[in-house]
Structure formats: C-alpha cells, structure tokens
Design a protein around this ligand. Structure first.
Ligand SMILES: Cc1cc2nc3c(=O)[nH]c(=O)nc-3n(C[C@H](O)[C@H](O)[C@H](O)COP(=O)(O)OP(=O)(O)OC[C@H]3O[C@@H](n4cnc5c(N)ncnc54)[C@H](O)[C@@H]3O)c2cc1C
Length: 575
C-alpha cells in the first residue's frame, strides 16, 4: 500500500514525538512506530532532565556547557553543546506548560537534584541541575508529549516497523515498513524523513536497554550508504542490577547513595576525590570494574554494593520509589536496610547517525547534508555527548534536537516536491522478508544473538585491548556470515515476532561490526572507550570523530572528521 506525507518520523519516543509536535502544525506529518508510542524506552528513563534553571542554587548554562564538554572527554562538538545547554531552560519550561508534573520545591518551583558530572563554577563541586518527576521523569515526558501530539493531529501508524529507506536523486524519498499485525508491506512517500529510533544496547548481554532497542534506524541508514559516527563510544552505566542489567538510576547517588566494595570502603574517594560517587559514568564504571578485577568485589564476585541505608526512608519513598521497588522485586533486597548488588550495564550509544545542529543527516567528513534526511535522539550523533554522556543530558538532547529537527523539516518541505520513488520501491524489503520466511532450516536467531551479546560484553565492554577487539571482530564477522542462513519457526503473517527479531538481529550485527572496527583503530582511551593497551587520551592523533561506512563488499570503511572546538581547550579530566 502507498501512503503520501510531507514528513515521516520514524519512532515515537521523546525525540520522535517532540519532532512531530514541531512539524505537524506546518505540514502533513506521520509517525511510524514499531511499539505503541507510550511503550518507547523514553518512558523507562528515571532520573531527570537537566537545565540550568538555578531554582535551588546558583547555576548557569555556561557551567552546564563546560561540564558537558569535560564529560564528553572533549570529543563533543562545542557549538552543538552550547545550543543544547542554552535551549535547555526553555525546553523544560515548555514541557511544564505542556502539563508535565515535575516534582516541586516547597515554594512551588521545579525542584532540582544532583547528577554525575554536573558541577558549579567549572568543576568546584556538585550542583542541583536535574529537573525530575520522582524517578519517573521519562514516563512523564513521554505521556505529556503523546497527549500533545494527539491534540495536534499527528497521524500515528502504531506497530509499523520501518525496514528500508528510499533515496533517489541524492534526496530522501520515503520509507518502507512492515505492518506487524498483518504482515503487509507499506511504502510511505515523503519529502522528509526523521529517524528517532533510539539506542542499540541489545548488542550487549548485560544491558539496561529494552528489548526493542536494536538500532533499526541506524541499521537501515548504514545499509543505504549513510555513515555511522563514533560508534566505538558506548556508555556503561555503573549501577545495573547484578546479572540482570536493569537500571538503578544515578538519582540514587544524586540523593546521597554510596558505592562500597567488599571491605565496605567508599572506593570512589580514591578515583574522584572531589565529587566521588557523582563522577561521570565512564569513570565510575571503570572504578567498579577495577575493584572487581583487584579482588574487592563483594565476596570476590563481579559486583559491588550500592548503599542507601543511611538515607532518610522518607527520601527513598518520595524520590526513589520505582528503583527501590526494583531492588525488592528482582533481588529480594530491602534498600532501606540492606545494600543493593550492582554491576556496570551497557546503557547508552553516544554514536549514531551523524547530524548537524538542525537534525540534518550529514554524510561525509565535510558535513554534506543529505537533503530531506533528519535524525534526532539516541540514534543520532550531533555530537553533544562526545565520548561520554552525562546523566540527564539525553532527555534534554531528545527534546532540544527533536524540536530543532522537526522545525527544520517543516521548513524544508514547504519549498520542494516529492522526490521520484525508485521503481519497485518495496522490492528489496519483500525479498529480505521472503528469504527469511521461506527458509525451512538454518541458524537459530536466539543462539546467534546470544553469541553476539556474549562476545560484545566480553571483548568490547568497559575495558578493551587490541587482543579482545580482534576476538570480537572475528566472532562478529563469523556471526554475520552465519546470519545469512538464519531460519525461524513462525512462517505466518500475523504479529510474526520471530521475523521481527530475525531482522533486528541483522541490524545489531551490522552496527556491532562498525563499533568494533572503530574501537580497534582508536588506539587511545577516551570517555566510554577505554583501552588497557593505550591507557592515555591522545589528542594529537584522536581528537576527531570516527565515521564508518558499510562497503559494497560488506567491509567496514573508516574515515575521520575534526571535532568542533569552542571556548574550552582539552584539559586533563580530573574530578
Ligand atoms: C532504563 C533507562 C533509564 C534512563 N534514564 C535516563 C534519565 O534519567 N535521564 C536521561 O537524560 N536519559 C536517561 N536514559 C536515556 C534516555 O532515556 C534515552 O536515551 C532516550 O529516552 C531515547 O529517546 P529516543 O526518543 O531517542 O528513543 P526511544 O524512546 O528509545 O524511542 C525509540 C522509538 O523508535 C521506535 N522504533 C525503533 N525502531 C523502529 C522501526 N524499525 N520502525 C518504527 N519505529 C521504530 C520505537 O517504537 C520507539 O517509539 C535512560 C535510558 C534507559 C534505558
């Protein structure tokens, strides 16, 4: 079936919904989403969204920008960071006006709390910058934006999974999607497309990411010749529930929680004397991993403790209700009286589809835009997070750059006609689906995915070396080859989740190959990319963004582009 819109947005998380709200008043806008909108991962975000409102103590957007640049280990593009930190204040107020129920101070202002890496006076001490709604901030953002979209005539295609992008005459022309309920393939003709498909943490075994976070948007673009930027930078969040990876928000430490090793020591004092447990995530994850490797994990095992027992029980009930409930449900631990076992968990993709500050997808080292193509949110790389994202900067990123992307695409579609659709636009998608459905016997999807996740966690995780990355490369290449002969049990048309998972695994494999290739070539340690064999940051050779392309023969080709610097020169990163 053929549909025609001015603007198509792929994804209904915070980024997609905010973009839709910006575009829909000016052009015919559709949102395609594989999940029902309010099931998007944005709804799982707990801790907060930061903005220098200065509601509870002195703050300024410049301090926020400084923290973000330093947090990014100087790989973030400073002009984009300035925009995000400046527009943050307005973005929060706008959400408040949309009806978002933020937690309040006693005098009625939006309350703010501490989060890792956010400081006053350029690193002098922690600052209260994160706006929040108990520990359900993302849930509130998602519900609020969805309500606004419904009130603004955005047309939703729920449970439509986009599997291909159409590019003709060097312009975006449309997308092809599978309707999950019926198995029907639809073509959406559109003057502009905005990707907002979220992250891809599912390539790792222990992850905080929901099942649907399989990198479909970046995967589709990658196969159509669009490069991926900075894929080697993947964030490991320090406090995942032991063995399960389910996130216990940094808000727990923001409210005063402490990490302890087997000896009961507050070990972060040794790694980050100034801000201790509130150091940025890459540093805390490495510290935990080091404690474990040196035998100070709890009972010598591969986890440490998050201690909340000294907090006022009322604070726990009011400000951390959900995450403490997770500890009770999944571990049988009572956080008011017992320590919670935690370990680092794969959490956030700093890399993704390269864009400029208006959400336009840029496809080479000269930042040449691909007309009509946009991306925003976790699937995009602006790059505001550089080599390491600060907590609460993602919920901010999705609303600021979702809005900017949506506004720019609404403007762009005013002056152009639809690009010609390629002949048989949906043919490659049908062929891909049929190839999987028709095969009676072959590799099992679950088995291949487990092998991918195992090698990525073991060999491309918190610490990496050339040896481990070479192993990951060999494993992932072999998995990619075996993927060519996957077979599934369900050959039907109705809600064929076997089929969807098989296709998603393909995207994860492609993106894992880009990640590992970039990581092997980057012989330095910076932010979330930490090499035991190259422990220092190397600004002389690597103050640059990686771009990775999928070559015609399936090989990964790499190039680099300069970091856009600004007021802050790279310095040693001490906290
Ligand atoms: C547990 C958890 C807690 C977090 N807490 C915080 C926090 O406190 N503060 C913070 O700043 N950040 C937090 N983050 C990070 C932040 O929540 C995410 O980075 C952000 O919400 C991503 O938003 P998004 O709109 O880009 O994507 P998502 O919200 O992940 O939405 C992706 C959308 O894309 C759609 N989609 C995907 N593939 C397809 C396809 N092929 N076809 C059609 N649709 C598709 C999905 O249906 C979904 O609607 C947290 C993340 C996690 C996992």
């Amino acid at each position: 079936m053929l549909h025609t819109f001015d603007a198509v947005i792929v994804g209904a998380g915070g980024a997609g919904l905010r973009a839709a709200l910006a575009a829909s008043p000016r052009c015919k806008t559709a949102v395609l989403t594989k999940l029902y909108p309010t099931r998007s991962h944005t709804g799982a975000a707990q801790g907060g969204m930061c903005a220098a409102l200065a509601n509870t103590e002195e703050d300024s957007w410049e301090w926020h920008a400084f923290d973000t640049v330093k947090g990014s280990d100087y790989l973030g593009d400073q002009p984009a960071i300035d925009i995000m930190c400046k527009e943050a204040v307005d973005a929060v107020i706008e959400l408040e006006h949309f009806g978002l129920p933020f937690t309040r101070t006693e005098d009625g202002h939006i309350d703010q709390r501490r989060f890792g890496g956010h400081t006053h006076d350029h690193g002098k001490g922690p600052v209260r910058r994160a706006c929040y709604s108990a520990d359900r901030t993302g849930h509130m953002i998602l519900q609020t934006l969805y309500q606004q979209c419904l009130a603004n005539d955005v047309q939703f295609f729920d449970e439509f999974q986009v599997l291909d992008v159409l590019i003709s005459d060097g312009r975006a022309a449309g997308v092809v999607a599978l309707e999950l309920a019926t198995g029907e393939v639809h073509t959406f003709r559109s003057k502009a497309i905005l990707w907002a498909t979220g992250g891809f943490g599912r390539m790792f075994k222990v992850t905080s990411n929901a099942h649907a976070l399989t990198g479909d948007g970046p995967g589709v673009c990658f196969r159509r010749g669009i490069p991926m930027e900075d894929m080697e930078f993947f964030q490991f969040h320090p406090t995942g529930i032991y063995k399960m990876g389910i996130l216990l928000s940094e808000a727990a430490r923001g409210e005063g929680g402490i990490l302890r090793n087997d000896k009961g020591e507050r070990f972060m004092e040794r790694y980050a004397p100034t801000i201790k447990d509130l150091a940025p995530r890459d540093m805390v994850s490495r510290a935990i991993q080091t404690e474990i490797l040196e035998g100070r994990g709890i009972d010598g095992k591969d986890y440490v403790h998050l201690d909340l027992t000294h907090l006022d029980p009322e604070v726990i009930d009011e400000k951390l209700p959900d995450i403490t409930e997770f500890a009770r449900t999944y571990l049988g631990v009572e956080p008011k009286t017992e320590c919670v076992p935690i370990q680092p968990t794969a959490h956030y993709a700093m890399g993704g589809i390269p864009t400029d500050v208006d959400g336009r997808v840029v496809i080479d080292a000269n930042d040449t835009p691909l007309p009509g193509m946009y991306a925003a949110g976790e699937c995009a790389c602006v790059s505001v997070h550089g080599a390491n994202r600060l907590g609460t900067n993602s919920l901010l990123d999705i609303v600021v750059f979702g809005r900017r992307g949506g506004e720019h695409m609404a403007e762009f579609v005013q002056d152009v006609d639809h690009a010609e659709l390629p002949n048989d636009a949906d043919e490659p998608t049908r062929e891909m689906i049929d190839a999987i459905l028709d095969r009676e016997e072959g590799e099992a999807v679950g088995q291949l995915r487990a092998e991918l996740q195992q090698t990525m966690t073991d060999n491309a995780g918190v610490f990496r070396t050339d040896e481990t990355l070479a192993q990951a490369q060999e494993d992932v290449d072999e998995i990619a080859e075996r993927y060519e002969s996957i077979a599934i049990d369900d050959h039907g048309q109705t809600f064929n989740t076997d089929l969807a998972e098989a296709i998603e695994l393909g995207f994860l494999i492609d993106l894992a190959r880009a990640l590992v290739a970039g990581a092997r070539k980057r012989t330095e340690s910076r932010g979330g990319h930490s090499r035991d064999d190259y422990p220092d940051r190397d600004d002389e050779n690597f103050l640059k963004h990686t771009l990775a392309w999928l070559g015609d023969d399936g090989s990964i080709e790499l190039d680099y582009k300069p970091v856009k610097l600004g007021r802050y020169e790279p310095q040693e990163r001490k906290y």
